[in-house]
Design a protein around this ligand. Sequence first.
Ligand SMILES: Cc1c2[nH]c(c1CCC(=O)O)Cc1[nH]c(c(CCC(=O)O)c1C)Cc1[nH]c(c(CCC(=O)O)c1C)Cc1[nH]c(c(C)c1CCC(=O)O)C2
Length: 347
Amino acid sequence: MADPKTQKTLLRALAGETLDVPPIWMMRQAGRYLPEYRATRAQAGDFLSLCYNSELAAEVTLQPIRRYDFDAAILFADILLIPDALGADLWFVTGEGPRLSTVTSDSDFGKLKHAADVHDHLAPVYETLRILRRELPERTTLIGFAGAPWTVATYMIAGQGTPDQGPAHALKAENRPLFNALIGRLTNATIEYLSAQIDAGAEVVKIFDSWAGSLKGDDFRDYALEPARQIIAALKERHPGIPVIAFPREAGENYIGFAKATGADCVALDNSVAPEWAAEHVQKDGCVQGNMAPGHMVTGGDALVDEVRRIRTAFSGGPHIFNLGHGITPDADPENVALMVNTLREA
Ligand SMILES: Cc1c2[nH]c(c1CCC(=O)O)Cc1[nH]c(c(CCC(=O)O)c1C)Cc1[nH]c(c(CCC(=O)O)c1C)Cc1[nH]c(c(C)c1CCC(=O)O)C2
């Protein structure tokens, strides 16, 4: 075991240590708000080409580290690379978002590849991680990630993003065996994918369940909690000691007990919950991540400074990783990100 004082700050927080200054990184930290990202993306051609170009994907991952010296770098990729690797068609419409071939019948499902067969397609992502482990500063933790089965399924069933995940809820009601089979395939593929990311150098992995908030009651248990529990159990068996961050976005009251029930080392909080409430009900069980509203990166000023201090103070009694409650938006001002980082790190 390394001397705790020399260990990376993010890993210390994930191990349960309460730090004077919490580590910080930001969801979508490599993104369109940065001019250097826009330049590299133009060089790559389009977003998917950037994801599968290991050199350029590593470059955009490093850009926000150079600018802000964040405590963690997150692999540049997308949660929809898994459907792509399973054989769905995937493309991105500029200004609109992802489009996919849909899985709504047994015959669509029958065309998908098996979970163990995703690796050839995803090899460039693993190469990105290997480059990053060589090039990142010693103090920076490398985070890998995947989408949670439910969230990825919502895109595969609808063929695009949806405001209320209506098509996925409809398939769940109309053809439960097919829906369960799809969740099962995604659960196994995610285990394979994250396990290979760890082999390639990811020191932490995060599971993004962006649409967990639309699962209620038993559905939350069966399709948010249970797949996360299975993924984490398999990863802990194969890679003991690699921490897992779970992000059941907009889970609300369901954040309570989520870490214990799934085995996650940290729960990431969106900004719809008050930090004071989350400190009392969620952080009592271990590390939490979050949860500043991304809008502050657009508006800045005293409100930003006050909110950084409020969140830091609310979570100061336990392990905490400072982050936004969701991804930074393209209209954010890079100066406001610097203001957030400097405010957090000031004495
Ligand atoms: C739902 C989801 C997706 N992707 C992701 C989620 C879950 C998290 C969340 O809720 O935001 C996760 C994601 N997407 C991206 C990352 C990279 C790591 C990071 O910087 O956080 C991560 C972790 C890059 C990206 N993924 C995407 C971009 C923008 C692409 C571009 O135009 O350059 C980036 C930087 C595109 C994307 N990818 C996705 C959508 C709906 C879109 C279009 C919306 C948009 O354009 O912002 C699917």
